[in-house]
Design a binder for this molecule. Structure first.
Ligand SMILES: N[C@@H](CCC(=O)N[C@@H](CS)C(=O)NCC(=O)O)C(=O)O
Length: 313
């Protein structure tokens, strides 16, 4: 079985990281026999450097300096991966968050920040390349959609997409719609897991209202057509992973859920109980990194009031 290193960023802010991580943590926990043995992976968390959305230093492990980025070691994971820069695994990430400066995310030692102008596959984890793949370097997947498709292909028994053909076709379309669309939700409801922001009427722009309506329509359709409790049927699959950050945003922005129908509201409640989602949220709440651009973005625009911050100080 190939070995995996998944590069992600702050659990409080990084919605795209969450999607790929949930496929690995929740969906692949069904394992290669579909029975629950799980597919192991190493998580490397790169705290966002402060003051900008762009993170050019992530070129150390990704050609586009984005997370998520999955490194696949065809011949097994070398020991060096664990000792490489970044924060490795959830437990370590939590400990590192606790010792973070609290201002200026990415400050402090051990975050692996380095200057990198030239993309060179495998450079992100020095030494990881030896014997890793067919040519000594890992396979690198740098888009969430490509990561999910690769994992679906590699682990058919884990049912990354539903077994039923109609449900699978619907799930793939909904995943692609999330990947390419919902611009207003992404722009006006930036992910910030640990805060609660009340939205007054004037905060609901036409574009946001249209996105929320479409979301309600899509979720209601999936739940009724495939019988729930998840979007494409009885099991948590990639489509649930792709909409998990939206679930967390509906929780952050108080007032948005009231605009969704009963089926969608029930789905949000169930999703918040999913083990992998809870694990992610717990870790996000323990992070002490604060990135000012992300913090400010959530409160930009009319009719927004910060009503709670549940994160560790
Ligand atoms: N289309 C990409 C989007 C990834 C993305 O934008 N990730 C954000 C973090 S949630 C990022 O890397 N931001 C850093 C930057 O834009 O420089 C995917 O689906 O993986």
């Amino acid at each position: 079985m190939p070995r995996y290193v998944l590069h992600i960023a702050n659990k409080n802010y990084s919605s795209w990281s969450l999607r790929a991580w949930l496929v690995m943590r929740q969906v692949l926990s069904r394992g290669d026999d579909g029975g629950g043995d799980g597919v192991p992976f190493t998580e490397k968390l790169w705290p966002m450097a402060s003051g900008s959305m762009a993170q050019p230093r992530w070129r150390a492990f990704s050609p586009v300096a984005h997370v998520p980025c999955l490194h696949v070691f065809l011949a097994g994971e070398p020991d060096a991966a664990a000792a490489a820069p970044g924060v490795t695994a959830t437990a370590a990430a939590t400990a590192a968050a606790g010792s973070g400066s609290g201002s200026g995310a990415g400050a402090g030692s051990g975050n692996g920040e380095r200057s990198s102008s030239q993309w060179e596959p495998g450079r992100g984890e020095e030494g990881e390349g030896s014997g890793a793949g067919e040519d000594g370097r890992p396979l690198v997947l740098w888009e969430s959609l490509a990561i999910v498709e690769f994992l679906a292909e590699e682990h058919p028994a884990a049912r990354v997409y539903p077994a039923d053909r109609a449900a699978r076709a619907w799930a793939r379309s909904a995943v692609a719609e999330m990947h390419a669309g919902f611009a207003a939700v992404r722009r006006e409801m930036g992910m910030n897991v640990g805060v609660r922001i009340a939205l007054a009427e004037e905060a609901f722009t036409d574009a946001l209202v249209a996105d929320l309506r479409r979301l309600d329509e899509l979720w209601s359709e999936g739940l009724s057509r495939f019988g729930g409790p998840f979007l494409a049927g009885a099991e948590f699959t990639a489509v649930d992973a792709f909409y998990a950050p939206v679930v967390l945003r509906l929780q952050t922005y108080v007032g948005t859920l009231d605009r969704m129908g009963e089926a969608a509201r029930g789905y949000v409640e169930r999703m918040l109980q999913v083990e992998g989602v809870r694990e992610w949220v717990d870790a996000a709440l323990k992070e002490t990194w604060r990135e000012p651009v992300h913090e400010a973005e959530c409160l930009e625009g009319k009719g927004r009031t910060l009503i709670a911050d549940l994160r560790a100080a």
